[in-house]
Design a protein around this ligand. Structure first.
Ligand SMILES: [Zn+2]
Ligand SMILES: [Zn+2]
Length: 169
């Protein structure tokens, strides 16, 4: 991994600034910013770009940090933060949910390998706009627009060519 560049630092700063306005808007909507929610958002902000955490993964990070939060509360908080548009709830190929920080400045989508579950991200403004447009057609306030592409990654394709099967899970 290359070291943090200037633009990364700027990015982190911008994200920190954004989180303040996020908390302000939460307060205005009457949601209490519990230390727990704050901690959870902070954990997501610390993750390397492109990281997706499951509730269980987040839960074990919280435990490592000495939090006494329950798994049920972790689930509920993730749901709430997703409904508020702060996190994105993602349903990948393996069928259980992952979460990531929602960053309005970088709308990104996912391409998922059905062989090994590798998940890559790609940026595309057009898909985000299409989601907004279709949502407004139904008079929805669109919180998120997700587009998933499923397929076989080059590794699995090669594996399949050799053995007739994709990579073992
Ligand atoms: Zn992602
Ligand atoms: Zn694969």
């Amino acid at each position: 991994m290359p070291g943090k560049s200037k633009s990364d630092e700027k990015d982190t700063k911008r994200r920190a600034e954004k989180s303040e306005t996020v908390f302000d808007s939460l307060r205005k909507k009457g949601h209490r910013i519990t230390a727990q929610r704050e901690t959870i958002l902070a954990i997501f902000r610390e993750q390397e770009h492109g990281t997706h955490l499951s509730a269980e993964e987040l839960y074990s990070i919280l435990k490592e940090r000495g939090s006494n939060v329950s798994l049920a509360t972790t689930y509920r908080t993730l749901k709430l933060l997703s409904q508020l548009g702060l996190l994105r709830e993602l349903d990948f190929a393996e069928g259980h949910k992952h979460y990531e920080l929602k960053q309005d400045n970088v709308p990104h989508q996912h391409i998922i390998c059905l062989g090994c579950n590798t998940t890559l991200e790609f940026e595309d403004h057009f898909l985000e706009e299409a989601g907004q447009k279709i949502g407004s057609r139904y008079n929805f306030d669109v919180i998120d627009a997700q587009f998933k592409i499923f397929g076989m990654c080059p590794n699995c394709r090669e594996q399949k060519r050799k053995t007739g099967r994709p990579t073992n899970r």
